[in-house]
Design a protein around this ligand. Structure first.
Ligand code: MRU
Length: 355
């Protein structure tokens, strides 16, 4: 997608480094950062320099490829196994991270004991996984765009745009395809407390693509639904369980309840790398709990150009900060994948899941 008219990906491989857009700096500063080793890449995932299910999946895959390049010949397989564990431990919820790591591990295993070939296979697999994410997201856009013909006023939560993937995005991809096809589409962007992926990332992306949008506080979504201002909601997902329950950014469940109460179709868009057939229901999805500081403070740019945090809650208050919640399958109108739009049922999920 474009930044100031120039095509960019969210994360990519260059000279054995993993390069990525520094997301916490957006929308005020656009900068690229380089991860020189797989350990740096793991920190970038954990600290959310790169975030969003598809983007961290590709970053995990490329991070493991980096480990394969770094690994000494004599302890290649031990080094790679330790790196895979490190990368797996960075964030617990998004299935794409585990899919990316497993994809590269499989490519390495296929080369048997030939270290030179395994190294080359790891780099090729990391890049192939990233390319596959971009292609799947583009297809999600093509399949999802027709839904907007009769329902052009879209609501979304968090960021499931191209910054959350390698390119295109999941929930935002149908919007980009529809817009490029000439449809007069507009977006209600949930701010998405506490990390504000909506106001900071989604709004920025939509602006770069020239899509009209308005940022609303998370607690305004039900109001606009009740007043007939929202035609459809499309969100992304971090993990889809085998029964069709969906984990996504905290606050998604509340939006789905409000959509159901107002008769608004609530869609989930995700590549099939987000599906976890080994996770039977939403109750089995591990929900990341992040630092209470993300709730008790906000980050922003001061008038004198410093990136600072300020505390908004009383000094003595404690906080809780679940990063995701689960939306039950019954509240979901359909799941838009690169393999088709399917119902959020065990049969629907099984029909598109990767084996
Ligand atoms: O915690 P983050 O910023 O990595 O959140 C993940 C997400 O981007 C959202 O939950 C998103 O809506 C899922 S689609 C990538």
């Amino acid at each position: 997608m474009n930044v100031d008219g120039k095509p960019f990906r969210t994360v990519w491989w260059e000279n054995d480094r993993v390069r990525m857009i520094d997301q916490p700096r957006l929308p005020h500063e656009f900068r690229i950062v380089d991860m020189a080793s797989h350990r740096d890449t793991a920190v970038a995932i954990r600290d959310m320099t790169v975030r969003g299910a598809g983007a961290i999946g590709a970053t995990g895959a490329l991070g493991l490829a980096q480990a394969a390049v770094e690994a000494p010949d004599g302890s290649f397989f031990e080094y790679v196994a330790a790196a895979a564990n490190l990368l797996r431990g960075t964030r617990p919820t998004a299935q794409n991270l585990f899919a990316g790591i497993d994809y590269v591990l499989k490519a390495i295993e296929a080369e048997g004991s030939d270290v030179a070939r395994a190294r080359a296979a790891a780099v090729a697999a990391g890049n192939a996984f990233a390319d596959d994410d971009a292609a799947s997201c583009r297809r999600i856009g093509e399949l999802g765009a027709p839904l907007l013909a009769e329902r052009p006023r879209v609501n979304t939560h968090c960021n499931a745009g191209w910054l959350a993937f390698v390119d295109w995005g999941s929930a935002l991809s149908p919007i980009y395809v529809a817009r490029r096809g000439g449809l007069d589409v507009s977006v209600w962007v949930d701010e998405t407390r506490p990390r504000q992926q909506g106001s900071q990332l989604t709004a920025w992306e939509l602006g770069q693509e020239g899509v009209p949008h308005q940022v609303i506080a998370d607690n305004a979504t039900g109001h606009y639904m009740a007043h007939g201002q929202i035609d459809i909601t499309i969100v992304g997902s971090d993990r889809i369980a085998a029964n069709g329950d969906v984990a996504n950014k905290i606050g998604t469940y509340s939006s789905a309840l409000a959509a159901a109460a107002n008769g608004i179709p609530f869609y989930v868009a995700a590549p099939t790398t987000t599906i976890a057939m080994h996770t039977p229901t939403g109750a089995d999805i591990p929900i990341e709990e992040r630092s209470e500081d993300e709730v008790l403070y906000v980050w922003g740019w001061s008038d004198d150009g410093r990136f600072i945090r300020v505390r908004t809650a009383p000094r003595t208050s404690k906080g809780r900060n679940p990063a995701f919640d689960v939306t039950p399958a019954a509240l979901i109108a359909g799941i838009i994948t690169e393999r088709g739009i399917v119902p959020a049922t065990p049969e629907g999920i099984a029909s598109v899941a990767r084996r």
